[in-house]
Design a protein around this ligand. Structure first.
Ligand SMILES: NC(=O)c1ccc[n+]([C@@H]2O[C@H](COP(=O)([O-])OP(=O)(O)OC[C@H]3O[C@@H](n4cnc5c(N)ncnc54)[C@H](OP(=O)(O)O)[C@@H]3O)[C@@H](O)[C@H]2O)c1
Length: 294
């Protein structure tokens, strides 16, 4: 199976490279496939002629998106439709990643796929537009919403906490936003489970939206504490966590108070369940500490 992956340097793209069970993966850089440039997308897909596109590149700077809405919309909102159309022309399928930030956070249980969407900020609105554009594109697709992504690669909350713990004794972390911290390596395993399912049953889950996030849940301060517990145990830096409400940590973008995702449908359809977030966190912290020592 020949698979084109967008956003080569991203957390999920690099995790796909690491967890690849043996597919021919073609990773495209921004220069090779620019999600803000329609001609570049069309050209790359026509040149590679993949069987499947893993659409994991995106504009992910949630706060910066508030001041760059046009670029965020081009990359997150328009590109998935163009990728889908290019895929449809050559008979390729698309698996597209989206986000928990399509929800407004007002529900008191984990969000299911059919719950009403109402993004609070530009990033969520553009990602929702991308879901809709892909659905209209004519491609056979699955949209997979994930959440709170961290990994040994790129920039993420866990890496930031370890850096801060090396610099100071205490960090202030938001305690009233709840979610499912998800390792990009687990997302990669989940996406390969979709590919495997489609090889045997091409109709299974096609044209549907799924949630794929770690088992369990926490708030940002819980994730920070667990990160430091793991780090300390491994001989790395640790800091005191002072829990604060989001109102004491103003950011350009509003974030949902509850963006926990219910991944039941994904597991039932593709036979993959991401591990508990604490389990995956330990191995990522271990790798991040190893990188720091080199
Ligand atoms: N990170 C999260 O917490 C989170 C949460 C929920 C959902 N998601 C979704 O999960 C997916 C993967 O996220 P991630 O954490 O792996 O993202 P990431 O680490 O920020 O990587 C995104 C990649 O997209 C690339 N990119 C940005 N603009 C581009 C453009 N115009 N053309 C081509 N490539 C471009 C970036 O390139 P550069 O390196 O050159 O900037 C980067 O390599 C995304 O769809 C994201 O919306 C992420």
């Amino acid at each position: 199976m020949k698979i084109l992956v967008t956003g080569r340097e991203g957390q999920v793209a690099r995790s796909l490279a690491e967890r690849n069970p043996g597919h021919e993966l073609i990773f495209t850089s921004r220069a090779e496939l620019d999600l803000a440039n329609p001609a570049s997308m069309e050209r790359a897909v026509a040149n590679v002629r993949p069987d499947l596109i893993l659409s994991v590149g995106a504009y992910t700077a949630v706060d910066r998106a508030e001041s760059e809405p046009d670029l965020a919309m081009a990359v997150n909102g328009t590109a998935p439709g163009l990728i889908g159309a290019a895929a449809a022309r050559i008979g390729a399928r698309v698996i597209h990643l989206s986000t928990d930030y399509v929800f407004d956070g007002t529900l008191d249980r984990p969000w299911r796929e059919d719950d009403p969407v109402a993004p609070l900020g530009v990033y969520g609105r553009t990602k929702l537009a991308g879901e809709e554009a892909l659905a209209r594109s004519g491609a056979l697709y699955a949209t997979v919403r994930t959440a709170w992504v961290y990994s040994p690669f790129g920039n993420n909350f866990v890496k930031t906490m370890l850096r801060l713990a090396a610099e100071r004794d205490e960090v202030r972390v938001v305690c009233d936003q709840h979610g499912c911290p998800t390792s990009a390596l687990d997302i990669a395993d989940g996406l390969f489970a979709v590919v495997k399912t489609w090889r045997n049953d091409p109709d299974c889950g096609a044209g549907e939206v799924f949630h794929l996030a770690a088992s369990g849940e926490t708030a940002w301060d819980g994730l920070a504490r667990e990160t430091f517990t793991a780090s300390e145990r491994l001989g790395g830096p640790s800091a005191r966590v002072r829990s604060i409400p989001a109102s004491e940590y103003p950011t350009p973008a509003r974030r949902p108070a509850n963006s926990r995702l219910d991944s039941t449908r994904f597991t039932a359809t593709f036979g993959y369940r991401a591990p508990d977030w604490r389990f995956s966190l330990v191995s990522v912290v271990e790798r991040l500490l190893g990188d720091r020592r080199c």
